[in-house]
Design a protein around this ligand. Sequence first.
Ligand code: XMP
Length: 502
Amino acid sequence: MIVVIDFGSQYTQLIARRIRELKVYSEIISCSDDFSALKDKNVEGIILSGGPGSVYDVPTDNYRRILSFGLPTLGICYGMQLAAQILGGKVHRSKTQEYGLAYLTRRKNILFTDVPRHSRVWMSHGDTVVRVPPGARVIGATETTPIAAFHAGHFYGLQFHPEVRHTEYGQQIIDNYLFKICRARKTWSMHRLVDEEVTHIRETVGRDRAICAISGGIDSTVAATIAARAMGKNLIGVFVDNGVLRMNEREEVMENLRTIINLRVVDARARFLSKLRNVRDAEKKRKIIGHEFIRIFEAEARRASNVKYLVQGTLYPDVIESGRGIGPADVIKSHHNVGGLPKKMRLKIIEPLRMLFKDEVRVIAKYLKLPRSFIERKPFPGPGLAVRIVGAVNPLRLRMLRQADRILLEEAHQLEDYQDIWQIFTVLLPLGSVGVMGDKRTYDSVCAIRAVYSDDGMTADWVRLPHAFLNRVARRIVNEVKGINRVVFDITSKPPATIEWE
Ligand code: XMP
């Protein structure tokens, strides 16, 4: 296996995921662990992730040990700076960040086998290595970073991120590291992951029972299917109507899931809407929703005997953006099912997909033979329309957003590349705008259209929707939805924006 040491990068799981794609088993440990795992004879290599910190913020002495194992080690971004400093090089603390695409010129090195002399790489760093350690060799440079890669004995360092898709030959570099440098073996597969999770759940739960939070989306359905394999009838599926679902969503979910899992439905619309009344802050909304969900699941658990666990379909992007990854990452937004959970909970959480990305879950869904309607379903956030109504949520604004969203989706189904779009939805803005309708002045709400392509929700590009389509949707929304008199189109990617507005 390859051990990835997490220093808090937003991309650590992407590293693990690229390794999985190459069928090699990997484990992530935190930089605050004691590194005894590295003595395991199965460790074939170590990767040091990036991170938000600087080598000047935290003493680096603790990490000296990592390099003493003599294992092939790849340092990425902060990981490279850390090793440079430990091995006797020099890191310059810069005030400005380098962020985005750069052109790498590489020198000949085993790590760059089959990588052209010039290629595009993705940079995201503040500090820079300005002098390599004694005996090290610079093996790559960009226009602004003369030391973009170096090699010193069993250590290889990259200032750019090979794990990010924008790095043209990133996967080739990881492939070279795994198979040419570490001589790793291809023993990992999605089937193995499912088997391991089934065993893990069985061992954890024993004869107790679990509630499974079902939203109707692919994540919770896959999590439920895996848990059901482990627990059979001891798993109880619960679907909560939280009042912030899309039009007809409850009925559609019930219909879709009828043959897959036995469901209890809880109508909690009034309860959620009363808790959300006058709440404008997005982080507060997520926390309220996370809390209410848990309280409802706990109440459902009390209705049956021996229910001690809650199974959730949490994915990795929810975990990392909530700042609950393995290492010390920043909080981007507290996803309702991770950062939004109450501190004290009666039920223990089981999350079989916690380390995976959406497209990996789709692969598992195919393996589990779930219907295509699930595999192709677009992601919908747990806090639902509450985070798509910027500002206060109330029945009137919910009605407007539901109608606008329904119109957009009806039209979107006609788009040629509908299947390739990751998400397409409307957002209601906390703005009034002047309009003129039938010779009368109006002062109504503004709605935004958002559509993005993405592989995994971590990065996203906005969809260049055809003008004729935008025109049709905007006209329909303004004509058919009472209370909206203006439609705008969001043309921002992630980063710097996020996919949802809140
Ligand atoms: P962002 O907005 O962070 O979204 O770029 C990335 C993906 O996550 C979904 N999302 C959420 N899902 N609870 C969820 O279950 C949440 O609180 C949440 N916030 C965002 C979003 O729809 C996108 O697919």
